[in-house]
Design a protein around this ligand. Structure first.
Ligand SMILES: CCCCCCCCCCCCC/C=C/[C@@H](O)[C@H](COP(=O)(O)O)NC(=O)CCCCCCCCCCCCCCC
Ligand SMILES: Nc1ncnc2c1ncn2[C@@H]1O[C@H](COP(=O)(O)OP(=O)(O)O)[C@@H](O)[C@H]1O
Ligand SMILES: [Ca+2]
Length: 508
């Protein structure tokens, strides 16, 4: 048996674990191939091609192939058969997928990206698909309540974080409905969703994809789906007055990121640039908001938000935290102790309140809002940015883009929490004096100090890129409620070199 790679100048030996094989196919023999070099000496060659994952720099994956030639047709078929059987044994690989494409996400390239880059790979890997191109917001979510979900091994969403959020709401909501769980009850133990979601990035921020794969690249994401990767993910539930509002997996942000989102929605025509435009505007407006945050610290996890190590493939902290939580729940089931656990209360004036379930790394900030946050440890990092000067806030923002510690400021606090509540001062006041028409009419600016940027109007919550209607919320982290076709960010990738190079550049 002889081997020929599609890159003839690569190393002669090629080692491919079966878990990295995408497909094995009998190679169509044509005259041109027969005339290449030494193969022309073979009387009647037979060949098969192995398509496999080739790992490149910066967590990027590509489909590569190697062709094996031989004269014996029987031997060739035996090899094809044996390799196909090996692939068949990989039970985590999906065979049937349901795909939702948001044609208006990001730069409006979702359909093209799927058809040109992803569909050919799925077809090579013999994955059958049912494709839905969404016609309106909530199309995918509503559809997920109707389809025969058991037919599928996974759901793929082509779009941004907002589109992912929609699909996640459909799947988690469907799961609770089928199990008779009332989502409006903030204390209800939610049923885990075992149908994995794959994200083909075609949105504006794509932070969920970046934080779970390490790169925004449709081909890489498609290959993670094909090899059947599985990454559990924490999900936060958000309630107001015993009414379910939304789930969140990436950023739940009040103040700065809420205001950016609200402003940017009016500028959708700008595409992903709208966030930079609204970001600049919001930065200049420098509004802060008064309110009270109470939270329960996450005592079950070994990690802390100030750790130097981040969550990586096969993360030990996520595994340990999951075990710890399972043990606690067993005990709590008997004693119903959870609610008695300590609550910490913080009142203040905040420029931003960010709760993140994952690092929220994205191309704008490759280390994210909380670099040491874990994907599946049952906790969220609660970041409180108190009132400070514009200059200090800018210093804080800039540290998201370099190696310096963004938590090392006197006006920034970070806590690892398992649940929290927020009420704005305004809603507290409104509750105490029911109708204050004056406040509503002149509510935009502080009447006592017109120039102080103190805002007597509420901000809005940014929940994975969607606005919430209520400012008073109650949030609870559900450990590993769902799963993605991903494996977290891999350690010691060739890409790490680029990271350390930039840190060297900074030192010089
Ligand atoms: C001076 C430069 C400062 C850069 C600071 C960058 C911090 C970026 C952190 C981004 C965290 C993103 C968390 C993810 C949120 C997404 O779920 C969510 C939805 O995504 P989708 O549209 O794909 O559906 N995206 C968002 O809510 C957008 C967040 C907006 C991030 C843009 C921030 C730009 C800030 C620019 C400040 C400029 C100050 C300039 C002063 C001279
Ligand atoms: N066909 C459609 N028309 C309009 N909105 C849609 C459609 N399909 C999905 N959406 C909504 O668009 C929003 C943003 O989508 P997303 O793919 O995240 O793009 P972006 O990253 O640019 O915000 C989501 O909230 C989703 O519900
Ligand atoms: Ca987490």
């Amino acid at each position: 048996m002889k081997m020929r790679q599609n890159h003839p100048f690569d190393t002669k030996n090629c080692f491919v674990p079966t878990s990295d094989i995408i497909a094995v196919e009998e190679t169509e023999f044509n005259k041109k191939q027969h005339n290449i070099g030494k193969w022309q000496k073979m009387a009647k060659p037979h060949a098969f091609t192995v398509y496999y994952v080739k790992k490149a720099r910066n967590h990027r994956w590509r489909c590569s192939d190697v062709t094996f030639w031989c004269v014996d047709e029987h031997l060739c078929n035996q090899w094809i058969q044996a390799l196909k059987e090996l692939l068949e044994m990989q039970k985590s690989r999906p065979k049937q997928l349901l795909v939702y494409i948001n044609p208006y996400g990001g730069r409006r390239q979702g359909k093209r990206i799927y058809e040109q880059k992803v569909a050919p790979l799925f077809s090579l890997a013999s994955i059958s698909t049912d494709v839905v191109i969404t016609e309106h917001a909530n199309h995918a979510k509503d559809n997920l309540f109707e389809v025969n979900i058991n037919k599928y091994d996974g759901v793929v969403c082509v779009g941004g974080d907002g589109m992912f959020s929609e699909v996640m709401h459909g799947l988690i909501g469907r799961m609770q409905k089928d199990s008779g769980i009332d989502q409006n009850n903030p204390k209800a133990p939610l049923v885990q969703c075992n149908i994995r979601i794959g994200i083909i990035p075609a949105g504006s921020t794509d932070c969920i994809c970046y934080s779970t794969v390490g790169i925004i690249d449709p081909v890489t994401s498609a290959l993670h789906i094909i090899v059947g990767d599985c990454q559990p993910l924490d999900v936060s539930s958000v309630h107001h007055n015993n009414t379910f509002l939304k789930y969140s997996v990436s950023l739940l942000g009040y103040g700065f990121y809420g205001d950016i989102l609200k402003d940017s929605e009016k500028k959708r025509w700008m595409g992903p640039m709208r966030y930079d435009y609204s970001g600049f505007k919001t930065f200049l407006s420098h509004h802060y908001y008064e309110g009270t945050i109470s939270f329960q610290p996450a005592r079950h996890t070994l990690g802390s938000p100030r750790d130097k190590d981040s969550c990586r493939t096969g993360c030990y902290i996520c595994k340990k935290s999951e075990q710890q939580l399972a043990e606690q729940h067993k005990e709590c089931g008997l004693k119903r102790e959870e609610d008695e656990e300590e609550w910490k209360v913080i009142k203040g004036k905040f420029l931003a309140i960010n709760a993140v379930n994952m690092s929220c790394a994205c191309p704008r900030s490759p280390k994210g809002l909380s670099p040491a946050a874990h994907l599946a440890d049952g906790s969220a990092d609660l970041i409180l940015v108190r009132k400070c000067s514009r200059f200090d806030f800018l210093r804080y923002l800039v540290r998201h883009t370099n190696q310096d510690d963004q938590f090392d400021f006197s006006f920034v606090d970070v806590y690892r929490v398992k649940s929290f509540q927020f009420t704005s001062k305004l809603s507290e006041d409104n509750e105490s004096n029911v109708t204050d028409i004056g406040k509503k009419r002149f509510g935009q600016f502080c009447r006592d100090h017109p120039a102080c940027c103190c805002n007597s109007a509420n901000s809005t919550w940014n929940c994975d890129g969607e606005t919430l209607d209520s400012s008073a919320i109650e949030v609870r982290v559900h450990c590993q409620l769902m799963k993605l076709f991903a494996r977290g960010i891999e350690e010691n990738c060739k890409g790490e070199a680029a990271y350390s190079q930039s840190s060297i550049e900074q030192l010089l």
